[in-house]
Design a binder for this molecule. Sequence first.
Ligand code: NAG
Ligand code: NAG
Ligand code: NAG
Ligand code: NAG
Length: 486
Amino acid sequence: MNPYFIGFVIPFVASLMLTKRKAEKKRGLPVDVGGEPGYAIRNYRSEQPVETHWEGIFTLAELFEQSCKQYAYMPLHGTRKLISRETEVAADGRSFEKLHMGEYEWKTYIEAFKAVCNFSSGLIQIGHQKDERVAIFADTRAEWQIALQACFRQNITVVTIYASLGEGALCHSLNETEVTTVICGRKELKKLIDINGQLDTLKHVVYISEDDVSSEVSLAKQCTNWRVESFEEVERLGLETPIEANLPLPSDTAVIMYTSGSTGMPKGVMMSHRNVLATASAVMTIVPALGKKDVYLAYLPLAHILELAAETIISAVGASIGYGSPLTLTDTSNKIKRGTKGDASALRPTLMTAVPAILDRVRDGVRKNVDAKGGVAKKLFDIAYSRRLAAVNGSWFGAWGLEKLVWDMLVFQKVRAILGGRIRFILSGGAPLSGETQRFINICLGAPIGQGYGLTETCAGGTFSEYNDTSVGRVGAPLSCSFIKV
Ligand SMILES: *[C@@H]1O[C@H](CO)[C@@H](O)[C@H](O)[C@H]1NC(C)=O
Ligand SMILES: *[C@@H]1O[C@H](CO)[C@@H](O)[C@H](O)[C@H]1NC(C)=O
Ligand SMILES: *[C@@H]1O[C@H](CO)[C@@H](O)[C@H](O)[C@H]1NC(C)=O
Ligand SMILES: *[C@@H]1O[C@H](CO)[C@@H](O)[C@H](O)[C@H]1NC(C)=O
């Protein structure tokens, strides 16, 4: 069994028991779903699982097209250009690569839509057949989304693979789904070259032009069993010879997502357009006032359903997605050149998703920083923290109102600046979040953390805590797209 699953059942059952005790806050209601015996519950707001939040929209392709028309000139995808790449040698002789990244440069919804249409036509032009599958094997970036939406417009099922998978698992996934086209970045292209003799079905490789991809490309071109094209070349072919869209049905498979495979080979989870749309629709009811003013920092792997669902929602509401990476997230991240900006301070996001490991790292970083300062600064932090903790913990004698404002200005503002200073909601998923970290982040950032529970197999959308629920160690009631049976 998936360890995520085991890790989640305990807090989940605990949350059910708590929900029961406090009858007035009951958000999971019993429901009869038949089948095997067990206790089944549903969301308190919806008797039937929701299918779509958007009128007349039933597939991800329709959703994207509609929002590109509605928000045409709003910024959608933001990417930072690399200014310089430097090597820093530490005292012990080890060397580290440091990046100096520029400000975010934006593509509007309509520009993204044009790129999607072009790439979509281009795929057919290079000879990809509609009933064959495309794999996207790359880090999270704008081209990933463009390629995904492009495939949707031709009813092509996309196979996603973790960039960290080993060779055996990679061969297995590509072979099992008979992938004929792979879209990849530089690192991933290198992996493909290493195993090219074992990829019987692969015919096309489309690489994303990163700044130093040329040596891999010339190696790839020496392999005779596939053709190599750049992302831009495919777009250009599509622009020259457009091809009519071939839109999918709600029941068509949108994505086959290979999970991390904790037992043996990774397993491909098939998700229909209807599945992903239902999760997105349900999450729309969780975060209040999602919309055009929101800016989302994207850095988790898109091959994970948590990120894929989050970006689906963001691009459906007219908000902006700025792409980053875990190693360049903050000003003090490993790969960021000293004195230059990390992704968060360059973007100043209002929304983020995170896995607990990342939030733990933020907490440890803040703690270490405070301890290193010592003296008055540490004392002040400790007082502020315990005053706010009392308040968040439900005590009327804690720091509310004016006192809260004072602590925010004196102490927490500096912590908030680490993530750009505008965060209003963090969504945590993928593994259970420790209560202590949740409190810490909640107090220091002054923003709620929503915790979700789900599996790749349930298309993420299992349960979700309420926006205004400040209790810790719970994952909330079932989302309105799911019934849950224990
Ligand atoms: C989409 O593709 C699948 C698999 O190739 C096929 O079964 C389905 O009929 C297609 N849907 C449409 C609307 O053409
Ligand atoms: C690929 O799959 C086929 C069956 O679909 C199997 O016969 C073959 O051994 C597999 N190859 C690899 C490298 O796994
Ligand atoms: C917070 O509340 C819980 C129970 O409601 C209690 O056990 C804990 O000691 C409290 N913590 C603080 C710092 O007040
Ligand atoms: C959260 O908000 C909902 C509706 O907006 C309200 O009914 C509920 O009482 C609130 N819960 C808490 C813990 O404040």
